[in-house]
Design a protein around this ligand. Structure first.
Ligand SMILES: *[C@@H]1O[C@H](CO)[C@@H](O)[C@H](O)[C@H]1NC(C)=O
Ligand SMILES: *[C@@H]1O[C@H](CO)[C@@H](O)[C@H](O)[C@H]1NC(C)=O
Ligand SMILES: *[C@@H]1O[C@H](CO)[C@@H](O)[C@H](O)[C@H]1NC(C)=O
Ligand SMILES: *[C@@H]1O[C@H](CO)[C@@H](O)[C@H](O)[C@H]1NC(C)=O
Ligand SMILES: *[C@@H]1O[C@H](CO)[C@@H](O)[C@H](O)[C@H]1NC(C)=O
Length: 224
């Protein structure tokens, strides 16, 4: 029994921060030393994870030293925990899962060692960078629109200028057939201005987009 125990590595997968988005049926993974472990984790709506931030880390407090960090459609190795270098990639929870495109963010851990035993957290950050657009109106005010898609659950949207929070005139949410929320809002501002539209979940760092605009009189003349 002792020999067998020393060869089996037990890995426990914790739920992610965005619990509503994620599922994990198999919470214990056992694998022999030197073999490959697949730690299953996937999005509940078979939603593509290609544009999301995916982070795997050990325990529940090693967020800053991830095993695998996928951001902006690329692996970011800058803060990777050295123990895992060259041994991790995305794996398939089952052969037909469809991979990252179908929301399978399972971790493939090769050449498993005794040191790998423990708890792992799969964390997926939803939501896209807000898109800001500006439309000049006849009264020289500017209608700023902010749009951000791919959230779950419903995010909060905030406007601010360089000094203070602005009250949004209009915030609209919509939910698409795969269960993701979009948010849209607009405000009227006068030039010159700096506005920031910030969208995020209440317990996480928001995604922000800023725009500065200074319409000088010569610029206006050119456009009339
Ligand atoms: C990689 O991750 C580090 C630490 O989280 C971060 O500071 C850096 O901006 C990231 N690099 C890229 C290219 O995203
Ligand atoms: C697996 O680990 C062994 C011993 O540490 C090493 O010699 C081998 O190169 C590793 N293989 C891979 C694919 O990392
Ligand atoms: C500002 O633009 C939005 C579309 O982004 C539009 O729905 C809204 O009516 C506009 N507001 C004004 C006052 O023009
Ligand atoms: C739902 O929203 C997500 C995130 O923006 C998007 O990737 C997906 O294509 C949308 N699905 C449908 C059916 O519109
Ligand atoms: C806006 O542009 C005008 C003319 O170019 C300049 O005098 C003014 O300082 C600028 N304002 C800001 C806030 O940058």
């Amino acid at each position: 029994v002792k020999l067998r125990a020393s060869l089996m590595i037990v890995i426990l997968i914790l739920f992610t921060v965005s619990e509503t988005l994620m599922v994990s049926v198999k919470s214990h993974v056992s694998v022999q030393r030197g073999h490959t472990a697949i730690l299953p984790c996937w999005l509940a709506f078979s939603q593509s994870a290609e544009d999301m931030d995916v982070r795997w880390y050990q325990g529940s407090n090693q967020f800053d030293t991830p095993i695998l960090l996928y951001q902006a459609r690329a692996f970011n190795l800058s803060s990777q925990k050295a123990l895992f270098a060259g041994r991790v990639s995305f794996g398939l929870k089952e052969e037909t899962s469809g991979g990252l495109k179908a929301g399978d963010v399972s971790l493939k851990l090769e050449n498993v060692t005794i040191e790998d035993a423990g708890k792992y957290t799969c964390y997926v950050k939803t939501g896209h960078q807000p898109l800001l657009s500006a439309v000049m109106r006849d009264d020289n005010k500017v209608n700023m629109s902010c749009q951000s898609d791919g959230w779950h659950p419903e995010p909060e949207l905030r406007w601010s200028d360089s000094k203070k929070a602005l009250t949004p005139a209009n915030v609209m949410f919509s939910k698409n057939s795969t269960g993701f929320y979009s948010v849209h809002s607009w405000v009227l501002v006068s030039s010159p201005f700096e506005v920031c539209c910030s969208v995020g979940l209440s317990n996480e760092e928001p995604k922000e987009t800023r725009m500065r605009l200074n319409i000088s009189s010569s610029f206006e003349e050119v456009n009339i």
